[in-house]
Design a protein around this ligand. Structure first.
Ligand SMILES: Cc1cc2nc3c(=O)[nH]c(=O)nc-3n(C[C@H](O)[C@H](O)[C@H](O)COP(=O)(O)OP(=O)(O)OC[C@H]3O[C@@H](n4cnc5c(N)ncnc54)[C@H](O)[C@@H]3O)c2cc1C
Length: 491
């Protein structure tokens, strides 16, 4: 039962974090209106269908489902009546050019056993490594994921103080790749663990070893598949928001955040102006300042941090089923360091890219015609600095096909029955992400976590920010944490 407080809140953007914030604000008693530029909810987490193939256009790996469930429970509903998911085991299938194939299972024991059987490292050493990432997770979770890093009082709680006192133990002073090289003899294992830096668009050779906690989240806490695909996360949250009384205006970009005497007064759209007591922007924070309030002094140090990587994604309808592939597949580059150097230093695309292939028809057969598969084939690329993307797409397509052909020992070219492609320019225009970077600021330095924008404006009263471009950062679970941290700051 919601107790109305007669105050109005505008949420700019119906990304997963905007939806989380809208649901939380409505539950606080606010009258909530969501303005969304697209004609559909979800932002990066949306879906499209072409030639009988359905694709999740953005996120595909789902972890920490409790943060979605929490929103249903908060709204007095049983999540299982509205949103369902299954645990994955194995989670990933890894392929290397030397012919090695590895299944990555859920849980320390099973994961370590399978990897030890096929690599030079011992099961006990893999478990020891995972124990260490668990310790780091337990030390950092409260500090980085549950609280604003920009409110002094939050630093005086025991879990946060414990995290700070143990700063030396969390790997902030080593790089991810450096720490992983010290932990394993086998370069394939190092590569598997280095991969987790890409989950927030960073390079393992530059980002702090603290990010190894992502391995703990996926391998030990587990990865899940939402029934109906990733889009069911945002579709079910948009429905929940509507059911509890949130108003949505789709196809309605906010043009300006209205401010008077350093205080929010409302928003302006093409339909006119509307007064609000509180505004939460789920639009990328860089563009929130640049496009919606250019008169406000921008916090340049935070906003101008280097941005994360982006992606070239081919959505391929494949006219065949591949028994050797699963839901999540990685086809590794031979020289990982050179690949990241090319992306982050040369701002170019690599000739032998690591390819991620996601195939939801493995779990939802209706996502592809009978006997066929829907391939989301992704490579990491730099964000948009004006490179020749049309040329990159042509090159990437060729290199990706050649690599898949080598590893699967077949020619997929004649099997591509349908095709769509996204590049950083499309990601930028569809979601207003600065430079088409998928994950906001990169985490390519040890202070990155502290250099994300706060969840509130220090200068404008009643202006707040949530989503992947602000604290605590990108991914579905972190964006939902962002929504909670933000709305917890609002009385
Ligand atoms: C290819 C790809 C793969 C990914 N893989 C994963 C993964 O496997 N697992 C995972 O957890 N995460 C993954 N992510 C990251 C994850 O999708 C994002 O971190 C998350 O979805 C971002 O949500 P958000 O709420 O910040 O906003 P966004 O999804 O960026 O949405 C912002 C919304 O605001 C709207 N908007 C912008 N400006 C305005 C305006 N002026 N007025 C009105 N509306 C506006 C946009 O139209 C958009 O709908 C991936 C992302 C991509 C693109």
């Amino acid at each position: 039962m919601i107790t109305e407080n007669n105050k109005k809140c505008a949420v700019i953007g119906a990304g997963v974090s905007g939806l989380g914030a809208a649901i939380r604000m409505r539950n606080k008693g606010y009258t909530v209106t969501v303005f969304e530029a697209n004609t559909f909810p979800g932002g990066k987490c949306s879906s499209e269908t072409k030639d009988g193939y359905r694709f999740d256009m953005g996120p595909s790996v789902f972890t920490m489902p409790q943060y979605v469930d929490e929103l249903f429970i908060l709204s007095g509903k049983n999540p299982r009546d509205h949103f369902n998911y299954i645990p994955l085991d194995p989670v990933y299938k890894y392929f290397f050019e030397d012919g090695t194939f590895l299944d990555a299972y859920h849980g320390k024991e099973k994961f370590a056993e399978q990897l030890a059987a096929k690599t030079k490292d011992k099961k006990e050493d893999i478990i020891k490594y995972l124990d260490k990432t668990e310790t780091v997770y337990n030390l950092t979770d409260e500090v980085f994921l549950k609280n604003s890093l920009h409110r002094l009082k939050n630093f005086f709680t025991w879990p946060v103080l414990r995290g700070i006192l143990n700063f030396g133990k969390i790997g902030a002073f080593d790089t991810m790749a450096g720490a992983n090289k010290k932990s394993f003899k086998d370069s394939r294992l190092v590569q598997i663990f280095n991969r987790y830096a890409t989950y927030n668009g960073s390079s393992p050779y530059l980002s702090p070893a603290t990010l190894n906690v992502i391995a703990h989240v996926e391998i030990v806490k587990g990865a899940f598949y939402p029934e109906g695909g990733m889009v069911s996360i945002t579709a079910s949250l948009a429905k929940l928001a509507k059911d509890i009384g949130v108003t949505f205006h789709y196809g309605t970009p906010v043009r300006e955040i209205l401010i008077a005497n350093k205080k929010i007064t409302g928003v302006q759209t093409d339909n006119g102006t509307e007064a609000f007591d509180v505004v939460i922007s789920n639009m990328d924070v860089y563009n929130s300042y640049k496009k919606l309030m250019p008169q406000v002094k921008r916090p340049a140090k935070t906003l101008d941090q280097p941005k994360s990587s982006s992606g070239i994604i081919f959505y391929w309808g494949i006219n065949k089923e591949f028994k050797e592939l699963g839901l999540h597949n990685i086809l590794f580059a031979e020289n990982y360091e050179e690949e990241f150097d090319t992306i982050f230093k040369k701002k170019s695309i690599y000739h032998d890219p690591t390819i991620y292939v996601n195939i939801t028809s493995k779990h939802t057969p209706t996502d592809a015609p009978p006997g066929c598969e829907n391939w989301f084939a992704f490579i990491n690329v730099p964000n948009n600095q004006g490179q020749d993307w049309d040329m990159f797409i042509t090159e990437a397509r060729e290199n990706m096909i050649l690599k898949v052909n080598r590893i699967l020992k077949t020619d997929i070219r004649p099997l591509i029955a349908s095709e769509m492609v996204f590049d950083p320019r499309v990601i930028e225009s569809r979601t207003s992400s600065a430079f088409g970077a998928i994950y906001g600021n990169s985490s390519n330095n040890k202070f990155a976590a502290f250099l994300r924008h706060a969840n509130f404006s220090k200068d404008i009263k009643n202006l707040y920010f949530c989503g992947g471009s602000v604290h605590p950062g990108p991914s579905i679970p972190l964006c939902l944490c962002s929504a909670k941290i933000t709305t917890d700051l609002i009385p």
